[in-house]
Design a protein around this ligand. Structure first.
Ligand code: M6R
Length: 629
């Protein structure tokens, strides 16, 4: 949440900072700004709204292209509305120090009161502004920016990352990391700074990640690192040999549509990686890679549980947020069904402040596309403290989650640019299925023939997803008929209850139409009161153990004149008889049905959103990486 960039070198700073901010816009797009030094003077240019607003200002600001050092920020508002005043960078009174900030300063109210009583004037509603005044106060005492930083961080409570620039030390920018993420990149007599390696990798493959409580003093020729006591620490830049994270739309109108279409390939890669052949055992450590690649500092995927560990697991807890939580709900179903082990699934933010009942016999699985979600990280850290086995499922090998998980499944979807998660969701779901099959094989909880049949079905799944995508034109026409709805209800049972929740979440996020997902059996316990002829009800009606009951629940909605939409199999005659619109998927085993059923729902939300002219890839108020609790 929020993105920081920085540059110190000999090229024009504005375009470099802007290009970095473009890579980080997924972290928030409420406002953006930069601070730079030119002719010894510190300047700030910032604007509420998307990056294009800042870009316009900078085009008119010739000074910024002549400067060689600066910091920049893209904001997701926490304290204070998204306006120009609350936009970063924040400046002190005499324009000598400017800062950009990610994270939250938990004790900012107390610090603000203290600073105000000493005469410091605040111009914004942000928690950030206390830092710039604190730095100013400490600079006055010490005459050193570094000392001002080490003195100030001792007073700040919370997790945060900072970029700092000052006219007192014109040839330097500073970076501060405290339980956040900041990466430095080294070029030829130049250094880059960013919250995400993606923004640095466009310029260089020599990188250095800041440790959890670390300060970097960056000049054109060198970077010096310090701990929070001001003691210098030594670390080298490392060469990352993986490809740069390429980000382009490949001719699609939106990243979201491109990412929806990448799903068959991702399924093929993920299934093929861990299950080389339908008759082979599932293997998460096929290359015997070391858990952490010393070269790249990235953690390799791997499950390092011994047979004894696996046999000893008495319960599993899955923690996640948003779409990843829905994947976790399906994971619970797989693990209980296939491995006979009790599983709880919790929204990560709801775990905080509770007595987390896990121990050495528990496996805690944290699921997060970004691997940076603050609530998920905090819950996993607590589980680790209590001695549980940990497994991370994430799309980012270089993330915080990867670093703290003892076992790791990387979903390897490539960067997911669109804020609404699609391809990472199906990769998480299929990872859960593969992991459940792996545990089932190790624990002997299923017959070999059952496992082999399921593996065969799994092998043919990517082709079935392609069949659904081939029906895109029909789905588009069918979807936009419902674009004027004010409310929609999604219902599903059993393994497709999470599909209903995910369908509703996608519609809300992308189209801003209010939508709720319910367990189909719950409809009559209250939600049915909202139904009338204006409310479309989307039923996930997949063949299997709960088909008849789901159909009965849908009939209850039909009897209230609701507009009836089904996600159902192409050969389902009842669906075609009782529903106004059928979004078809091919017949498939019930266990695999959530992976197919979600595809038409993703397209449904996409087409409605695009038809309504919404900002598909960057819906209002959201951010891709939610790094505040
Ligand atoms: O990076 P994470 O998977 O931990 O993010 C969790 C949620 O913030 C995320 O899934 C969010 O709900 C998406 N916008 C859903 O499309």
């Amino acid at each position: 949440m929020c993105g920081i960039v920085g540059y110190m070198g000999s090229s024009g700073v504005a375009s470099i900072l802007l290009s970095g901010l473009k890579c980080l816009e997924y972290r928030g797009y409420d406002s953006a700004g930069i601070a730079y030094i030119n002719n010894g003077k510190l300047n700030v240019t910032k604007s509420a709204g998307k990056l294009e607003n800042l870009e316009k200002l900078l085009t008119a600001d010739r000074q910024s292209s002549l400067a060689f050092s600066g910091i920049g920020h893209t904001r997701w508002a926490t304290h204070g509305v998204p306006n120009d005043l609350n936009a970063h960078p924040h400046l002190n009174a005499d324009s000598s120090i400017a800062i950009v900030h990610n994270g939250i300063i938990e004790n900012y109210a107390m610090l603000k009161e203290e600073l105000e009583s000493e005469g410091y004037k605040f111009n914004s509603d942000t928690d950030t502004e206390v830092i710039v005044h604190l730095l100013t106060k400490e600079y006055k005492k010490t005459n050193s920016i570094l000392k001002a930083i080490t003195n100030s961080v001792k007073k700040l409570v919370g997790s945060y990352a900072l970029g700092i620039i000052s006219s007192y030390q014109k040839d330097t920018i500073f970076a501060v990391n405290h339980h956040y993420s900041l990466t430095l990149g080294q070029g030829d007599n130049e250094f880059y700074l960013a919250s995400d390696i993606v923004a640095v990798r466009q310029y260089t493959n020599k990188i250095l990640r800041l440790e959890q409580s670390e300060i970097a003093e960056i000049t054109q020729n060198q970077v010096r690192l310090y701990d929070f006591n001001g003691h210098e620490t030594m670390r080298e830049f490392i060469t990352v040999d993986s490809d740069p994270y390429l980000i382009n739309k490949d001719g699609y109108k939106h990243f979201l549509l491109k990412e929806i279409h990448e799903q068959p390939t991702i399924l093929r890669q993920t299934i093929g990686k861990y299950m080389v052949h339908p008759n082979a055992k599932i293997n998460f450590n096929q290359n015997n890679e070391p858990l952490t690649n010393a070269h790249t500092q990235e953690k390799s995927a791997g499950v390092h549980l011994s047979k004894n560990d696996i046999m000893g697991i008495e319960n599993i807890l899955i923690i996640a947020c948003g779409t990843a939580y829905h994947a976790g709900m399906i994971g619970k179903y797989y693990l209980e069904q296939l491995c006979n082990v009790p599983v709880n699934v919790e929204i990560a933010s709801e775990v905080r402040g509770r007595n987390l009942l896990v121990n050495e016999k528990s496996l805690v699985i944290a699921v997060s596309q970004s691997g940076e979600t603050a609530d998920t990280i905090a819950a996993l850290s607590e589980a680790k403290r209590k001695g549980a086995y940990t497994l991370g499922i994430t799309n980012r090998a270089d993330s915080h989650l990867s670093r703290i998980s003892s076992n790791l499944i990387i979903t390897e979807c490539g960067v997911e640019v669109s804020v609404a998660a699609t391809k990472t969701y199906i990769a998480q779901v299929v990872s859960f299925l593969l992991f459940a099959l792996y545990l089932a094989e190790e624990r002997g909880s299923l017959t070999t023939s059952y496992i082999n049949n399921l593996k065969l079905e799994l092998h043919s799944l990517p082709a079935l997803v392609e069949t659904v995508l081939a029906n895109e034109t029909y789905i588009k026409e069918a979807s936009i008929k419902y674009a004027d709805a004010q409310d929609m209800v999604f219902i599903g049972r059993g393994i497709n209850y999470p599909t209903a929740l995910e369908g509703a979440l996608k519609l809300k996020e992308l189209s801003y139409i209010h939508a709720s997902g319910y367990a189909a059996g719950e409809l009559k316990h209250g939600p049915i009161a909202v139904l009338d002829s204006l409310v479309p009800v989307v039923t996930i009606l997949m063949p299997g153990s709960v088909y008849d009951k789901t159909l009965s629940n849908a009939q209850e909605a039909r009897a209230r004149n609701a507009q009836m939409i089904a996600v159902a199999c192409s050969d389902d005659e009842k669906a075609h008889k009782y529903f106004d619109t059928v979004l078809e998927v091919p017949p498939v085993d019930e266990l695999l049905s959530p992976i197919l059923a979600v595809i038409p729902l993703q397209l449904f939300s996409y087409f409605i959103s695009d038809y309504l002219g919404k900002d598909v890839d960057q819906p209002r108020n959201l951010a891709k990486s939610v790094t505040v609790e």
